[in-house]
Design a binder for this molecule. Sequence first.
Ligand code: PEP
Length: 264
Amino acid sequence: MKNKSHFVIGNWKLNPNSTQEASSLYQAIQVPEKLKGQIFICPPAIYLSDLQHNQKSNSPQLCAQNLSQYNAGAYTGEISAAMLANAKITHTLIGHSERRSLFAESNDIVSEKVKAALEQKITPIICVGETEAERTAHQTDEVIQSQLTALKAVLAGCTENICFAYEPVWAIGTGKTCSAEEANRVCALIERFWTEKIEASFGFSVLYGGSVKANNAPELLAQQSIGGVLVGGASLIISEFQGIIAAAANAQDANAPLGQQVLR
Ligand code: PEP
């Protein structure tokens, strides 16, 4: 049987509006002992330090939502990998579909950001996924492979543990979930890309994201190739998010007899 971790990563996007709200939301999340190191919250960057200073032993880890591909200089509004590393932030999302579509992040920019993160020993959680039009045109596999191929050069020789999130764009924030079977199929394709096509030297997990809720998390997390979930809207509702964490704990019991792995 495969020894697999079950990560749950909550992406708060542009919410909430105040440090107080962020803090009470964060403090309400309880991470069970067996999932330590596997539950993350990605708050807006302005809250990272405050939440970090109020972390308890059962609090989620913290992850940035984005970082700059640039290290320093005249780049107004950006946050560098070194700034995150110096603030002891160890993980970051990269290439979320909202960054790709609303902020024109191309595959090249995503690669530069992955490079910047790895140089500072920050673990990238790299998002890939097809649009609705691409799915309808039966281009899902091709799109995923091209997004992964664009990362080949920057990941060559990487020996860290990293993370990929399959997030079909049409399922993000829409309430339309990819079926567990199809999500598993694409996550398996990502797995095979790095293990068979490329023979990557890094360790990795593949997560699914797109309208994950407490009621669909158990089926998704039971899939062989899904190593966790990336959650948007439901991560802002404590009962939902805690339900997803419980599903991850159950999936881990069922699937990981050899114990816990930590994404770092
Ligand atoms: C996301 O933001 O990555 C996401 C998957 O959002 P939602 O869960 O709301 O679809």
